[in-house]
Design a protein around this ligand. Structure first.
Ligand SMILES: [Zn+2]
Length: 260
């Protein structure tokens, strides 16, 4: 997006106006005409495109959304195209979303600062703000299982279900452990494991195979998982069977011998 969108001016804008996670405003989409896209940023799973006017285009892909250029394998319109932006150079940009759980909003600076979608987000996991001291302090006095706190996004964003299981195994911490009972040194190790597992996954193109359009080569990370999806198979460290337990509605995998 940064390579292809930054510096482009919107010359025409169309929307079918169908409701996404929130109503999709025809007026807001039309108001993009004349705007130039100044930057392309990400915060948690939100894409932010600051515009010349000082407003920001906020996009979330939901479960099945995508931003694609109307070219190549995406040259044909589909029934799931909800926004189309003509640009001053290159093919049009299309927001497509079969299940319509995404967001496509234009916000003023104030609206962005107050946005309910952004204001309660935890720190970015690969930023320097996320370290062992930070996580230890954030979990002080908390009795919820550490895995649930990692997943809920208020302390740290971007640690998905698979990555939480993998990082907790790497740090030898049982996912059910009350977060407030984990020592500072173990939190330091956990943070290092989280950063490492995320970085490895990014290097391998992510864990998702279904619907993945990004670079066309996602999914390789699934072959490297140490505990996730391995219930009943031998632990890679001690060979005892991996346990699967549902925590907060999410499948959680761990070794009862190595993780405590
Ligand atoms: Zn083990």
């Amino acid at each position: 997006m940064a390579a292809h969108l930054v510096g482009r001016r919107v010359t025409d804008a169309w929307t079918d106006g169908l409701r996404l996670r929130e109503p999709l405003s025809r007026t807001a989409v039309r108001s993009l005409v004349g705007e130039r896209i100044e930057a392309a940023r990400r915060r948690a799973k939100f894409l932010l495109f600051p515009l010349t006017s000082g407003r920001t285009l906020l996009v979330h892909l939901g479960m099945t959304g995508n931003l694609v250029f109307r070219t190549g394998q995406n040259a044909e319109p589909t029934a799931h195209d909800h926004v189309l932006l003509d640009l001053d150079q290159g093919p049009p940009l299309v927001y497509t979303d079969p299940r319509r759980f995404g967001l496509f909003k234009v916000l003023t600076a104030t609206g962005l600062a107050r946005s309910k979608w952004l204001r309660n987000l935890g720190v970015e996991p690969l930023s320097d703000d996320f370290d062992g001291n930070f996580l230890h302090t954030a979990c002080e006095g908390r009795s919820r299982p550490i895995k649930n706190l990692l997943l809920d996004g208020h302390i740290v964003v971007g640690v998905g279900n698979i990555y939480a299981s993998e990082a907790l195994f790497g740090a030898r911490i049982r996912p059910t452990t009350p977060a407030g009972r984990i020592s500072r040194p173990r939190m330091v190790r956990l943070v290092a494991e989280i950063k490492a597992v995320l970085q490895r996954s990014i290097d391998h193109g992510g864990t998702t195979i279904n619907d993945y359009l990004g670079s066309g080569e996602g999914g390789y990370f699934q072959q490297e998982l140490t505990v996730y999806g391995r219930a009943g198979e031998g632990c890679l460290v001690c060979d005892k069977p991996i346990t699967n337990k549902v925590l907060s509605g999410r499948s959680t995998f761990y070794c009862t011998t190595c993780q405590h």
